[in-house]
Design a protein around this ligand. Structure first.
Ligand SMILES: NC(=O)c1ccc[n+]([C@@H]2O[C@H](COP(=O)([O-])OP(=O)(O)OC[C@H]3O[C@@H](n4cnc5c(N)ncnc54)[C@H](O)[C@@H]3O)[C@@H](O)[C@H]2O)c1
Length: 387
């Protein structure tokens, strides 16, 4: 198996998820065209990144991403740093001729994401963006049902991504709550995934209108600026929250379908409910990532006496990726979506084609994110073509 030599930046949440995927890919997908070689991992704290390298299985650790990007023994730069760092690293990586895998949202703004796409295209490199939820077998099944026409004409895409990790007003002001680092709050973090799923499963949006709120406007400054479980000391000074806690929006798709989207970090009891429903002229599907192995499916063609949603367990050989893992009924989880993502990346690089989703999808998502923000500022519908 040929090698794909990876240099990765960031070693916390996504850094760990990606490392696990690089390790599991050759074991479960020996047919993958390229085997990831975990060449070097980068972080700013030398001791911490050394520890991560040893724990995750990287050959080396470095503290300056510029050094990593310039190395001759790296084919792919994997960007897992917070969103404000994506553009600078991606532009440098493209200039150095490296392929890029970048976490979502692609950038802080639409203009920045377009600059990243242009730089990648000018350099002729391959690029991918981390919309990992596409790679759930049940989501792949939805894609198949929609594309084959089994759900008929699509009327509704109804999606919600609900979390509750900042419900406590004393939860500190981590980077995800600061616009200059995160770009936006629940909107760009959670909403971005829903928007990508909508693009993937239903199609392009024509116009949007939204509303948002920041319920807790000040929070204690964090002793550590990273992690979802950061803590502040009891007497910590406070700083302003500069992103949305919740954003909701409506959309009209180019194919006539209507969409509704809700992203919030204030839905008590919802740890990470990433869910959607699609209603078509011939049936419906219902998906909730907290039960990611299952898909509720309804077909109007079922006999009148047995009509109703059925629960399909997407772990059979008929379902994407499933044969590579365990026997039917032996379920998979969050981390497997990243392995599937790396399978696409490995095969695309080997074939010299753009992986999907790539920076174009990242830009398309960013256009919707920004159109929703503009609609909120201007209190009107925004055409995506205006962006
Ligand atoms: N696809 C998904 O499901 C998903 C989930 C969470 C986060 N994300 C995205 O992944 C990215 C990272 O999020 P995370 O949750 O892993 O964050 P995190 O805070 O857990 O980790 C960020 C990492 O980046 C490092 N870092 C920060 N600035 C750096 C710099 N200048 N140079 C080198 N390293 C630097 C930090 O030390 C840390 O290791 C974000 O863009 C986020 O939106 C995607």
């Amino acid at each position: 198996m040929k090698q794909l030599r990876v240099g990765m930046i960031g070693y916390k949440f996504m850094g760990k998820a990606h490392s696990n995927a690089y390790r599991s890919l050759p074991m479960f997908f020996p047919q993958a065209a390229l085997k990831p070689q975990m060449t070097a991992i980068c972080g700013r704290n030398e001791a911490a990144v050394q520890e991560a390298a040893a724990q995750f299985g990287w050959q080396e650790s470095v503290t300056d991403w510029r050094e990593l990007v310039a190395r001759d023994d790296i084919d792919l730069i994997d960007i897992n740093a917070p969103s404000d760092a994506h553009k600078e690293i991606a532009l440098a990586a493209a200039k150095a001729g490296k392929h890029i895998f970048c976490e979502k949202p692609l950038a802080l703004s639409l203009a920045d994401s377009r600059e990243m796409l242009e730089a990648a295209e000018a350099a002729g490199i391959l690029h991918m963006v981390g919309f990992n939820y596409r790679f759930s077998p049940a989501v792949q099944l939805v894609k198949k049902l929609v594309d084959s026409g089994r759900l008929g004409k699509i009327y509704h895409f109804r999606a919600w991504f609900l979390q509750d990790w900042i419900l406590d007003p004393e939860f500190p002001l981590v980077w995800r709550l600061q616009k200059e680092i995160a770009g936006s709050g629940s909107h760009g973090d959670l909403g971005a995934h829903l928007i990508d799923l909508a693009h993937y499963l239903v199609g392009d949006m024509q116009e949007v209108i939204g509303m948002s709120e920041t319920f807790v406007k000040e929070r204690p400054l964090a002793s550590t600026m990273t992690g979802l479980s950061a803590r502040a000391s009891a007497d910590a000074p406070k700083g302003p929250v500069t992103v949305d806690d919740a954003t909701l929006f409506l959309a009209r798709f180019g194919n006539g379908a209507l969409g509704s989207f809700e992203a919030t970090r204030f839905a008590a009891g919802h740890r990470s409910t990433n869910a959607f429903e699609i209603n078509g002229s011939l049936g419906s599907v219902r998906f909730d990532f907290e039960r990611m192995n299952e898909l509720d499916v309804y077909f109007t063609s079922d006999g009148e006496d047995v009509q109703g949603f059925r629960r399909v367990l997407a772990t059979d050989p008929a379902h994407a990726y499933s044969e590579a893992w365990w026997p039917p009924g032996h379920t998979i989880g969050f981390e497997h979506t990243f392995t599937h993502e790396m399978l696409e990346l490995s095969n695309a690089v080997s074939e010299g084609r753009q992986p999907v989703p790539n920076f174009r999808d990242g830009v398309k998502c960013q256009a919707v994110l920004e159109a929703v923000e503009r609609s909120i500022d201007e209190r009107r519908w925004i055409q995506i073509s205006e962006m």
